[in-house]
Design a protein around this ligand. Structure first.
Ligand code: SF4
Ligand code: SF4
Ligand code: SF4
Length: 283
């Protein structure tokens, strides 16, 4: 597994070179907030500022969504392996152009503190990049890293799962931080904000909260890359990723489909046949 300091150094060097040679207008990466000294997304435009770019165990955000703000500009982005999958998904949905993008992909991702996605993560090398940093991990090394992981939710029966998620979603204040943190949630108008029709009440009662999470969960099928950014963003400590992650594991189990592995790959729900005899999510 790679080490945070050497990855940080490599990222800064590549960013410096790209900016010095005017290959990109800006580099999107992680750095320390000027006043808070906490990890925050930063946008570096000058080569002399490239040393501000770092990577450490607290770089929990997915930066991919920022690419939508800079369409038509030449931008470099630092991508953890899970974020590189999100970039592939945007490319496959034609939301961004490959020629506008320079990807600095992290190999041998050492993971993020407190992110439960990392406990089961088996894609530890960037799946698409122009420059790679860190040390590529072999399949054996990756398997050793996740050895012993057991999905507690998978062990529950239906009633236990319902009770578990009821307990989680009861605490939800519908701040929508999970939606904002997620690369998938990029609709111009989210169903949560619609008033014609109105899908949700204003309350934060369990039934409205459940509706939000169920509807968002359906939108995650075949798109969630299991990065855990939603869970890390939640101020109430709700296990919000588990819901979306279940849609990922179901897609993998039923359709042998893993999202974001290839920029040419179509999203799971954008292709269907009316006479399809395969088992579906609803069965
Ligand atoms: S889920 Fe965790 S370990 Fe896997 S690529 Fe993302 S940050 Fe790294
Ligand atoms: S971030 Fe947490 S509290 Fe906010 S809407 Fe999502 S699950 Fe609810
Ligand atoms: S729903 Fe999936 S893709 Fe979106 S932030 Fe959560 S784990 Fe990442």
């Amino acid at each position: 597994m790679s080490n945070y300091d050497s990855i940080s150094q490599e990222i800064s060097e590549i960013a410096k070179k790209l900016l010095k040679e005017s290959k990109v207008d800006k580099v999107i990466g992680f750095g320390l907030g000027r006043f808070t000294k906490e990890i925050t997304p930063i946008f570096i435009k000058k080569a002399e500022d490239a040393d501000r770019l770092i990577f450490n165990k607290n770089c929990e955000m997915s930066l991919t969504k920022y690419l939508l703000n800079y369409k038509g500009e030449k931008v470099a982005i630092v991508a953890k392996p899970c974020d590189s999958r999100a970039i592939n998904a945007y490319l496959s949905e034609d939301l961004i152009k490959r020629e506008d993008l320079v990807i600095i992909g992290i190999n041998g991702c050492p993971g993020i503190e407190g992110n439960t996605a990392c406990e089961e993560c088996n894609i530890r090398n960037a799946v698409i990049c122009d420059y790679s940093v860190g040390q590529e991990m072999s399949e054996e090394e990756i398997q050793a890293e996740i050895e012993g992981f057991e999905d507690e939710i998978d062990k529950m029966n239906q009633a236990e799962r319902l009770a578990y998620f009821q307990n989680e979603f009861e605490r939800c204040t519908r701040c929508y931080a999970c939606r904002e943190a997620c690369y998938v949630c990029n609709c111009e108008q989210c169903f949560t904000d619609s008033n014609k029709p109105k899908w949700l009440g204003e309350s934060v009662k369990l039934n409205d909260n459940f509706t939000y999470h169920l509807m968002r969960g359906i939108h995650m099928a075949g798109r969630c890359v299991n990065c855990g950014a939603c869970e890390m963003a939640c101020p109430e400590g709700i296990d919000v990723r588990a819901f979306a992650a279940k849609m990922c594991s179901a897609a993998e189990e039923i359709f042998d489909y893993k999202s974001g592995m290839d920029p040419e790959q179509k999203t799971l729900l954008s292709e269907y046949k009316v006479d399809d005899s395969e088992k579906g999510f609803m069965e």
